[in-house]
Design a protein around this ligand. Structure first.
Ligand SMILES: *Cc1c(COP(=O)(O)O)cnc(C)c1O
Length: 372
């Protein structure tokens, strides 16, 4: 606290990121990073930026990220997406921060689920945005109907699949929400979409009020690079560019622009790694449910689970003692749950082995923790 702070700073409740520990040999299943390395083509492209004596870095990067936008437009070419419909930023958190300022602060309140990405209320406090939370149903599913037919929605945002639940809704449901609110911007945060949901980028050319945000951090294994993007109507993108150029003209450096573009072009690597993650998710879900965990159906690279007989906070602590990190949220409705990122096969096996020791030390044999 300081008397030198702007009064707004006193009111902020900043987002608390998952732990990024310095300890080696930890099984890190707490922040939804991809367990597999990024595309080797992305790494090679980044090395090229540093070629020679790194003289390229003497020059500013492209403020609009044209080559990256072209690569994204090609990837979504089947939906008729053009470069002018794409905005790139320093991780999707930065894209979202600009989206909240440019589009989600309206005269009427912003609506989002009661259980969702906890960064949203942080942005609202930062910008003074009124918000209303809409309860998920008793199975933690988002009901599109809750966002249809209410006259006073100024704007809407939710992740699909939702975080931290992992549940996805259909494109039909998203279209219904967007159609029912033609005067409100509707933002779909697709951080996890590549692990099992359909992208609403397919709907962008039908609806001028729809904006889709994606990241390179999860399905492209580039959380440390910081790259994200948004796709929407040209007029929405223009608004984002205006705000960006009032804040930071060069959000992406040359290394990130080159790495992200090469990553989105490497379709084979993307496909192989996301298939591996989805396969491990199904196996881990199976093993956890045999241990008595209740599992929310997940279309993401994590599972949201609870055990009727064990306290989630204590479980997280016991796992940590065994050098395995999972995420626990001390929040209403979800304090019984753990969010577990899908790791490599070996990491998933280590998790199961640790849980067997913690929960049911006598029943080791019934779990498929050695199968390949
Ligand atoms: C991980 C995540 C992001 C942020 O991704 P970055 O691109 O790494 O900033 C945004 N939204 C949700 C729901 C996420 O889980």
């Amino acid at each position: 606290m300081s008397r030198f702070w702007n009064p707004v700073v006193h009111t902020l409740l900043p987002y608390v990121p998952g732990e990024q520990p310095k300890i080696a040999q930890l099984v890190k299943l707490n922040t939804n990073e991809n367990p597999y390395p990024p595309s080797p083509r992305a790494v090679a492209a980044m090395r090229e930026v540093l070629a020679g004596e790194g003289e390229l870095l003497r020059l500013y990067s492209d403020p609009e990220g044209q080559a990256l936008k072209a690569a994204i437009a090609r990837r979504y070419g089947a939906y008729g997406i053009r470069e002018e419909q794409i905005f790139v930023g320093n991780g999707s958190d930065e894209v979202l921060a600009l989206v909240f300022l440019a589009l989600l602060k309206q005269a009427r309140p912003l609506y989002f689920p009661d259980v969702t990405y906890s960064f949203y209320p942080s942005y609202c406090r930062l910008y003074g945005i009124d918000f209303v939370t809409v309860p998920l149903d008793e199975h933690f599913a988002l009901r599109a109907d809750d966002y249809v037919g209410s006259a006073d929605m100024g704007a809407i945002i939710f992740p699909n699949p939702n975080a931290p639940t992992g549940r996805a809704i259909s494109l039909d449901d998203i279209a219904a929400v967007v159609r029912a609110n033609p005067n409100a911007p509707v933002v779909i945060d697709e951080a996890y979409v590549d692990f099992g949901a359909d992208t609403a980028i397919a709907l962008v050319n039908e609806y001028p009020n729809l904006l889709v945000v994606q990241t390179f951090s999860k399905s492209r294994s580039l959380a440390g690079l910081r790259a994200g993007f948004a796709v929407g109507d040209v007029a929405l993108i223009e608004g984002l560019v205006r705000v960006k150029n009032s804040f930071n003209s060069y959000p992406l450096d040359r290394v990130a622009l080159a790495g992200a573009a090469a990553a989105i072009e490497d379709e084979a690597w993307f496909e192989e790694t996301r298939q591996k993650v989805m396969k491990s998710r199904e196996k881990l879900a199976d093993n956890l449910s045999r241990m008595g965990f209740e599992i929310i159906p997940s279309a993401a690279n994590f599972l949201f689970v609870r055990h009727p007989g064990y306290d989630a906070a204590i479980l997280a602590r016991q796992l940590r003692e065994k050098r395995i990190l999972a995420r626990h949220f001390e929040q209403p409705r979800i304090r019984d749950f753990l969010r577990i990122t899908i790791g490599t096969e070996v990491e998933c096996e280590a998790l199961i082995a640790a849980l067997i020791q913690i929960l049911q030390p006598h029943e080791e044999k019934i779990y498929d923790n050695h199968g390949r």
